[in-house]
Write a protein that binds this ligand. Sequence first.
Ligand code: GLN
Ligand code: ZN
Length: 761
Amino acid sequence: MASHIVGYPRMGPKRELKFALESFWDKKSSAEDLEKVAADLRTSIWKQMAGAGIKYIPSNTFSYYDQVLDTTAMLGAVPPRYGWNGGEIGFDVYFSMARGNASVPAMEMTKWFDTNYHFIVPELGPDVHFSYASHKAVTEYKEAKALGIDTVPVLVGPVSYLLLSKPAKGVEKTFSLLSLIGKILPVYKEVISELKAAGASWIQFDEPTLVMDLDSHKLQAFSDAYTELESTLSGLNVLIETYFADIPAQAFKTLTSLKGVTAYGFDLVRGTKSLDLIKSEFPKGKYLFAGVVDGRNIWANDLASSLSTLHELEGIVGKDKLVVSTSCSLLHTAVDLVNETKLDKEIKSWLAFAAQKIVEVNALAKALAGQKDEAFFSANAAAQASRKSSPRVTNEAVQKAATALRGSDHRRVTNVSARLDAQQKKLNLPILPTTTIGSFPQTIELRRVRREYKAHKISEDDYVKAIKEEIRKVVQLQEELDIDVLVHGEPERNDMVEYFGEQLSGFAFTVNGWVQSYGSRCVKPPIIYGDVSRPKPMTVFWSSAAQSMTARPMKGMLTGPVTILNWSFVRNDQPRFETCYQIALAIKDEVEDLEKAGINVIQIDEAALREGLPLRKSEQAFYLDWAVHSFRITNCGVQDTTQIHTHMCYSNFNDIIHSIIDMDADVITIENSRSDEKLLSVFREGVKYGAGIGPGVYDIHSPRIPSAEEIADRINKMLAVLEKNILWVNPDCGLKTRKYAEVKPALSNMVAAAKLLRIEL
Ligand code: GLN
Ligand code: ZN
């Protein structure tokens, strides 16, 4: 009985790759130093898998930046502006594409399906000349082989590669990316032949786009591509790996009719429909790689339940054709639980990070082969039982309250235009009111204060004094700049989710539970393990302190339930919406306490609402329904005169605009500086929008300082599609990552632009 891992995290258990990359980029270490760290990481991962008994061990899932960018390099599809002159692509060109260089900006980056991992989007036009320009897949295969480990080389499949690309500048509207398939397959053939020559007996193509709702012409491209590769692939066992959702029936048919393919990988954690398809029509004689161990979460597998699924599958595909696998690459989970020395013992027993998941996969495979490790299985069963019955997981009052929310609606009684009138009477704001999104620059000094307080090195009194001092500075600056609705600057927060998680019950935190977000950037999501409640107010102290420093309205600043949910590792023992409703109730209490404390404007950030949108269209309406409902629950109880803002970190919501309107916030601020047109086109198309709206007027991700004229220009463009009495003027997002030297002139220009236009209106 065999075991397989789809892919493995690259960063290392203590983010070794991150530090090596950053030191190389800062010119503090050499290319050889970086290569050494990378090779050591690969070696230890391969040895770890081999040692655990995994049969099909992946290679080429390591990357210095991103596996899609690696594929771009393999195909020599370097956009001309990076000045590549042929030959093997080296760090220079590779990192220029990833991060830009002094003269050329980076290639675009976007989210990898519905994960928090970002890939570098290939830019392809009719003139790209493809050539075999990075031998990384073969080099890594050989590298493992030299260690005595025969691996399964992994490539991003040719069809997914094209479907994830974007047309190059100038041909956006006219170019069919799939038309390039005939040009990239020759390079794939070279790679395959070289892998074969090096001794590979298996090859894995990741084709995750197969789980999307693809039309028949795209599915046809799959059949055509793999038919074209058939003769080159002959002699190899070919695995096509899909993940992140159930596979649609049509795609399943296409996939399972491919001739040269011997094995299929499915995500059996997300959804149950793939399992049904397998049960009803799996082709004879082919391997099934059954992804029963969750690659996207941190919970220990329920081994008994997986084993019973596997037994059932064994009856369908045959004993020698069933391979135990992970649901997707382990890239999306934390690396190794061993390093969590501070985590509560009981909670720790419920978890499995990548290193532990390997052991789980192998234990399942051995159990199927009749060598069940009884001790391991019973320890697992005990942990599952303790998780089910632990009093720290269950809070009956919370469960009751959350269940009671279902089925009923929660809305503010008065409609938005009447509410805006009532709010205006109280707030008395000028037309085109100015505001910011929440955070102000976080200086080294500020971070030090927070760190020392956390480590009990400074007293609570000193901490409060220091933070208040910071708030006072931020308030004063905003008054000087003449901003209309102020913020306190969020100096007490390290992270917009962690800050709330630390004060809510039901959350746990790791020390090293990092997950790659992009390049060397990692995030450390909190773990929601139990029913969520709010023991006491979380932000009222700071917000009231800030309000007491100014006569202008001070925004209370909260993170919304959907964003807290989407940026955490979420419990898998109840539906996501249940957890979301619980968080919504906690935030609702906070909103109402802020209101009682005299805060008249409250912003509830839903930066990540869109991120949770399911990949399959058939599941989207349900998600949007409970997500938007959760948001409304947080603020349905406030008075008409209390102004509720929300903020979103993307503007690509043409398809979900009606859900956004249904959130029924009084004001929404949106990140949009890189895509004015996209956002405004929604409103140009005649969508009725009556609430306040503040599309960001400048890009906070760049150190560049926009001029007042430029900002005024953009506001004018917005005025062409939006009513002047609903438009707000604000930056794109929070200012936390910027420096004061950038923020002061930028905000001053922003206010100047608003004032200029007020005279004209
Ligand atoms: N209020 C948060 C801030 O200003 C919002 C951050 C975000 O949208 N990502 O930092
Ligand atoms: Zn934002």
